[in-house]
Design a protein around this ligand. Structure first.
Ligand code: HAM
Length: 419
């Protein structure tokens, strides 16, 4: 029989890798909670229309990469490819704006895009993100970029580059769109078939095309900076001044667009100079999406956020990042009644919040010590019959093999001191 394997581009995360995941996740939670963000969890499946309307019908994500299907009840559903659209759906559905006009949410979970799998690009990947809904001032753009940088730096990742741009506002867009279209019309012969279509439906998407020939044309396209409304320009300039004040380094990338249609004004990406990711070097992306709440049926509400792929960050973690796992105690019960002695001590340890393992099969001290080594225990507590009757156990340091006898009455205090 053919062995079943996980779906292409979707991976198991084995326990051996979990400490690194937990490290990134805990660092993120800890940081964003200090900035006043609360966690939201939304379903993995959503009405397909949420992503079509939210992310944009002509984006690659919706056009090519969605896991979309009709369920047995005839509903059109989609596996979420990102978290922003769902967060905004929830914000509107629960009328959060009425009680919490400045909403700060963060999230973490699996996302799905049917992309061509490559290093750092998967079909199921984990994203964590943060969204601020209800604040339009550039100060929040600066704070969110600062928070994103602080997070990545706190993981010990160096060589971080913030790429920053603006896409202008609703006043900027029509003029820029016409100018861009007029420019691209001249290259009709050279554009790929997708871009020929994009030229009619959404010319901005041509700037995002991954085909090199289209990239060359895009690089010389008119810049949105020449079409910014006064308001959009002031917003961008204020943001740059605030980032300068915070000494947050950034590079303005005038040709940068992002792959989702909901953006307006500020957009940014964080890249890390690294050999391990090559072309996939954006570890984090985000921006303002002031029109999305209204577009999805809510009140006109500004918003901004970012998200990052956890797998990509894990690839960037410096070698030897100290991931502290709580120390493990092994309890070896030897001789008659050894198993019950081990069970009792292990239970006490666990009640006190300590990680403890025992050998279910009992066996010789030698074989139990071998198992303790394999599990990576720092200490083995040996509960032999004779010592136990005297009210004592042996404390064995697994690193140097040193062993000493200690009184049962002192055991828990000693364990605590070794946490
Ligand atoms: P995005 O740029 O599409 O933005 O994705 C953000 C990050 O998710 C990327 O920088 C990358 O690290 C990771 N990522 C994306 N696709 C994959 C993949 N196939 N495999 C592995 N990692 C991937 C968004 O999703 C927006 N929702 C960001 C945002 C939040 N904008 C405003 N708020």
């Amino acid at each position: 029989m053919k062995t079943l394997r996980s779906v292409k581009g979707m991976h198991d995360i084995l326990p051996v890798d979990m400490p690194r995941w937990h490290f990134v996740e805990a660092t993120y939670r800890n940081l964003v909670e200090r900035f006043g963000f609360s966690e939201i969890r939304t379903p993995i499946l959503e009405p397909l229309d949420l992503f079509v309307r939210g992310i944009g019908e002509t984006t690659d994500i919706v056009e090519k990469e969605m896991y979309a299907f009709t369920d047995k009840g005839g509903e059109h559903l989609g596996l979420r490819p990102e978290g922003t659209a769902s967060a905004i759906r929830a914000f509107i559905q629960h009328n959060v704006g009425a009680t919490e006009p400045r909403t700060k949410w963060y999230y973490l979970g699996p996302m799905f895009r049917r992309e061509r799998p490559a290093k750092g690009r998967y079909r199921q990947f984990f994203q964590a993100g943060a969204e601020v809904i209800g604040v339009g001032e550039p100060a929040v753009d600066a704070e969110i970029i600062d928070m994103a940088v602080a997070f990545i730096v706190s993981l010990g990742i160096e060589d971080v580059v913030v790429k920053l741009n603006t896409l202008g506002d609703s006043e900027t867009r029509p003029a820029y769109r016409s100018a861009l279209k007029a420019y691209l019309e001249a290259y009709k012969e050279d554009l790929c078939t997708d871009c020929l279509r994009r030229l009619e439906t959404n010319p901005l998407r041509v700037l995002d095309c991954k085909i090199p020939a289209c990239g060359e044309i895009a690089a010389k396209a008119p810049s949105v900076h020449d079409f910014l409304s006064r308001d959009a320009r002031a917003h961008f300039e204020d943001l740059c001044a605030l980032l300068d004040h915070c000494k947050t380094p950034y590079d303005v990338a005038p040709q940068m667009v992002r792959g989702l249609d909901y953006y307006s004004r500020t957009i940014f990406e964080i890249h890390v100079n690294s050999h391990s990711l090559g072309a996939q070097s954006a570890v984090l992306g985000g921006g303002r999406y002031d029109g999305l709440v209204k577009q999805l049926g809510g009140r006109d509400t500004p918003a901004i956020g970012f998200s990052f792929g956890i797998e990509r960050l894990l690839m960037m973690l410096p070698q030897g990042t100290a991931i502290d796992a709580a120390p493990l105690f092994f309890v070896a019960g030897v001789g008659d009644g050894g198993l019950t002695r081990a069970l009792d001590i292990a239970r006490q340890l666990r009640e006190q919040g300590t990680r403890a393992e025992i050998s279910f099969a009992g066996g010789s001290l030698r074989s139990q010590l071998k198992r303790a080594h394999r599990l990576g225990a720092q200490v083995t507590i040996i509960a032999g019959e004779e010592e136990f009757d005297r009210g004592a156990v042996a404390w064995r340091n697994m690193e140097d093999g040193m062993q000493e006898e200690i009184l049962l009455g002192d055991l828990m205090a000693r364990v605590e001191a070794n946490q």
